[in-house]
Write a protein that binds this ligand. Structure first.
Ligand code: TRH
Length: 351
């Protein structure tokens, strides 16, 4: 059964990763199926997509039907339902699924840990009588793959692009770093290392990042950005010479930008994020120095000399990132895998 209609549910737990992933996925799926995206927090959604009307119960946003969580009970469930990151579906909607839904998928968080392969695509019968399948994104062919953009965005030295970001023109330094960190990232070290390079660097600092001190602003040009639409965010990842990213969504998108990047995973109890980080590093083609640099960025062990040295070797770092992205490109992307999974599995579970 080729799916015709899919309902995708997104609950915003924290930050922007949940809606960031769901919006990306929705935009890709809507080319193939009639898609409804149910979101519980339109204010967060509006920040990454300004076309969203935060008070509309239902609306079309770039060809995707967007419905608020509270209006879900008025909708007859689709044959395929995807809940993102184990969010709990609205109760009444969930009860109605029994006669309507052939396939229920829980799209899980991304991880490179090896256990993912053994649980990806496993079924689990649910109280409402519908079987739920666990769909794990990942970095190997035994997982659900990664969300992949259909094209890279060529930014654009257009003045209007920069004006929307509050800049009069593109930064005029030799190189640009785009910085989207968690608050505990060693930014002072980064600024010092960038300022010490022979080539001149400027920093484009995401709206959520800690404000630079006066001293830091004297080291190099730091442009504080407004909160941007996700498409602009992506364009900057493609434009920058170095990307500092975090969480899940900006991390994956930074891989495709094929630029040197450092990933800061979302902090978890008992240092679980470091296990995730190491598991991912083990799957990469990065040399030991690059792996160590990324790891130490997250443990606050990184030395100024190590970072400065890596920046001096930027073309080599960039080459590694390009190879890495090219090797991952051999894998089928997440949206394509999800659709194929629906075709194969929906058939089997149909009553
Ligand atoms: O916001 P995050 O820290 O999200 C996190 C992670 O996804 C984490 O895995 C999850 O468990 C936690 O939330 C609850 O980082 P992430 O995943 O990179 O998502 C950020 C999104 O915000 C991404 O889609 C880009 C978007 N964004 C914009 O569109 N414009 C902006 O100006 C900024 C700063 C972000």
């Amino acid at each position: 059964m080729k799916p015709q209609k899919i309902d995708l549910f997104c609950q915003v737990v924290d930050n922007y990763g949940d809606i960031g992933v769901c919006w990306r996925l929705a935009q890709q799926l809507q080319h193939h199926v009639e898609l409804r995206l149910f979101v519980d927090d339109l204010t967060a959604f509006q920040r990454i997509e300004p076309q969203v009307n935060s008070s509309a119960t239902t609306q079309r946003v770039q060809n995707t039907q967007v419905i608020t969580w509270s209006a879900a009970h008025q909708c007859l469930p689709a044959p395929v339902v995807i809940e993102a990151f184990g969010c709990h579906l609205p109760e009444q909607y969930s009860r109605q699924m029994v006669n309507q839904t052939e396939l229920w998928i829980n799209l899980e968080y991304l991880s490179a840990e090896s256990w993912i392969e053994s649980v990806h695509a496993l079924p689990s019968p649910q109280a409402n009588g519908v079987v739920k399948y666990f769909f794990f994104p990942g970095f190997t062919t035994k997982t659900g793959g990664l969300l992949r953009p259909t094209e890279l965005l060529s930014v654009t030295r257009e003045v209007t692009f920069w004006q929307r970001l509050g800049l009069t023109q593109a930064p005029h330094t030799d190189k640009v770093a785009f910085v989207f960190p968690y608050t505990n990232a060693p930014l002072d070290l980064l600024y010092q290392a960038l300022a010490a390079q022979t080539e001149s660097w400027s920093v484009l600092l995401a709206a959520t990042a800690p404000a630079p001190s006066l001293l830091q602003q004297q080291m190099l040009p730091i442009y504080r950005l407004p909160f941007m639409a996700q498409a602009q965010f992506d364009a900057l990842l493609d434009y920058a010479d170095l990307n500092l990213v975090r969480g899940e969504d900006s991390f994956v998108r930074a891989i495709w930008a094929q630029k040197p990047f450092i990933w800061q995973p979302y902090l978890q109890d008992e240092q679980a994020h470091l296990l995730k980080l190491q598991a991912w590093l083990n799957t990469t083609v990065f040399d030991a120095a690059t792996q160590q640099l990324i790891y130490q960025w997250n443990t606050n062990e990184l030395g100024l000399a190590t970072l400065a040295e890596a920046l001096q070797q930027l073309p080599h770092w960039r080459q590694q990132c390009a190879h890495y992205a090219q090797s991952l490109q051999q894998q089928t992307d997440l949206a394509t895998q999800l659709l194929a999974f629906c075709s194969q599995t929906g058939q089997k579970t149909v009553k």
